[in-house]
Design a protein around this ligand. Structure first.
Ligand code: EPZ
Length: 415
């Protein structure tokens, strides 16, 4: 199993180019199932989760091929409506094919996604939405079976603005009869990007990006070409890394609007952030100071940036309090950071961080993709050689992170 070797880095300088957003590419690839014409998607990040989704599409009968950063999908020949455990269990984003299969082929048999380290990750809101649209739902042997002659539009309210549930229901509603209104919908930029793609295919959607989305069902959807938005979490990760290590880093291919909560927090603690068209320059010369963070659904501070900021605040003098409100178990990185000398106490969904001057290198384990990024950042500030194991988690969310870090002067290699 490969690992990352990370050494102390004094400063970072240079430019990093951000890839397309994983959490936009995955639902968009699932959405191609709705069409019986070829689709072409550009800026698809070359990540293991994306590879798993492409394998699942092949399994369903949707031929797909990657050429560089583009993936073309021809789902005209979908002839299998089962997403098996060995695929879904490995990667829960594959549950996003449930809505498209149900809407287009009136049936779907999808393995219930396993739990995952950051929380139980239920799919009750997805199923509630499908049931409200008239789907028959049964559970057996760890699979959920969905069927419906034709889904009927309805008005539904999400108990929590779930990203995945909003995406699955919105995709299903595109081919339902009549209008579907999703209230308390998620407003993440990835929802808007998916809606843009669906509208290119001929869907009739209004309000994506707000908490109320109206979808008027149509008879069929055609092919489309689309470029995925930049990954705001990869961008945020490098912004936090630059603030932590010091120096000056230019992040290219970023939508400033999408990283506003991260920019605001970095400025608040004393980092210089200059924004231009599609670039952000992060410079840190002086001491940073403590601040509190509470993760919230968009446009609040993103849960996917919590681990990285836990590392950042661990090395900022003073007391910082981080509250994780989105997932119930997303502090696994804290145990590993404490082994490196961080002073963090976790009580329920709250972490109280007392800044320390330095960390000491250790062999640590990545427990989820963002926790892994947090450990890389910690290794860059630790005396000695930090070895990070289970880096498959990191590869799920970051393409060749070691190359991007090394290009900025960071001491990181895959061993
Ligand atoms: C998406 O996961 C992202 N994944 C996650 O990114 C991200 O952390 C999360 O949204 C929140 O922004 C993808 O887009 C592939 P949710 P998702 O449904 O859709 C509860 C990463 O780092 N919930 O918004 O699974 C759930 O338990 C990954 O790239 C229900 O209770 O997130 C959680 O507590 C990690 N019932 C909360 O809602 C449901 O039916 C948020 O989940 C669905 C969700």
């Amino acid at each position: 199993m490969s690992k990352f070797l990370v050494k102390k880095t004094d400063e970072l300088h240079g430019t990093v180019e951000i890839d397309g957003a994983k959490n936009a590419a995955l639902p968009i690839l699932a959405a191609t199932v709705l069409s019986n014409e070829p689709c072409k998607i550009h800026d698809v990040p070359n990540l293991s989760d994306v590879k798993e989704m492409c394998k699942l599409l092949e399994h369903l009968g949707a031929q797909n091929m990657r050429r560089g950063k583009s993936v073309s999908v021809d789902s005209g020949a979908v002839n299998n409506f089962v997403a098996p455990y060995e695929m879904v269990g490995k990667f829960r984003g594959s549950f996003l094919v449930a809505g498209p299969l149900l809407a287009k082929y009136h049936k779907a048999k999808v393995s219930l996604p396993g739990g995952c380290p950051i929380g139980s990750r239920p799919i009750d809101l997805h199923l509630k939405g499908f049931a409200a649209m008239g789907a028959e739902i049964s559970h057996e042997n760890g699979y959920v079976e969905l069927s419906a002659k034709r889904l009927k539009g309805t008005k539904l309210y999400l108990d929590f603005p779930s990203v995945g549930a909003t995406e699955n229901i919105m995709m299903a509603a595109c081919l339902a009869e009549g209008q579907t209104i999703i209230e308390n919908a998620a407003t993440e930029p990835e929802i808007t990007d998916l809606a843009t793609f669906l509208m290119c295919m001929g869907a009739d959607i209004k309000g994506a990006g707000t908490d109320t989305i109206r979808i008027n069902g149509v008879r069929e959807l055609g092919g489309a070409t689309h470029t995925v938005i930049p990954d705001r979490i990869e961008a945020g990760t490098f912004m936090a890394m630059a603030a932590l290590v010091g120096g000056s880093v230019t992040i290219k291919n970023v939508v400033c609007e999408h990283v506003k909560p991260i920019t605001a927090k970095l400025k608040e603690i004393g980092t210089e952030v200059q924004e231009s068209e599609d670039e952000i320059c992060v410079t840190r010369k002086k001491e940073l100071h403590a601040s509190d963070i509470k993760t919230l659904p968009f446009p609040g501070f993103p849960t996917d940036m919590q681990s990285q900021f836990t590392t950042l605040m661990s090395l900022v003098s003073g007391t910082s309090i981080i509250v994780e409100t989105v997932f119930e178990n997303r502090f696994m990185h804290v145990g590993e950071l404490r082994r490196m000398g961080a002073n963090i106490k976790v009580e329920g969904c709250t972490a109280v961080i007392e800044g320390v001057n330095a960390l000491s290198a250790a062999t640590v384990k990545a427990t989820d993709l963002r926790a892994g990024a947090a450990l890389v950042m910690a290794g860059m500030c630790a005396d000695g050689d930090t070895v990070i194991e289970d880096i498959r988690h990191i590869d799920r969310g970051y393409y060749q992170m070691e190359k991007k870090v090394a290009a900025l002067g960071g001491k990181m290699e895959r061993i």
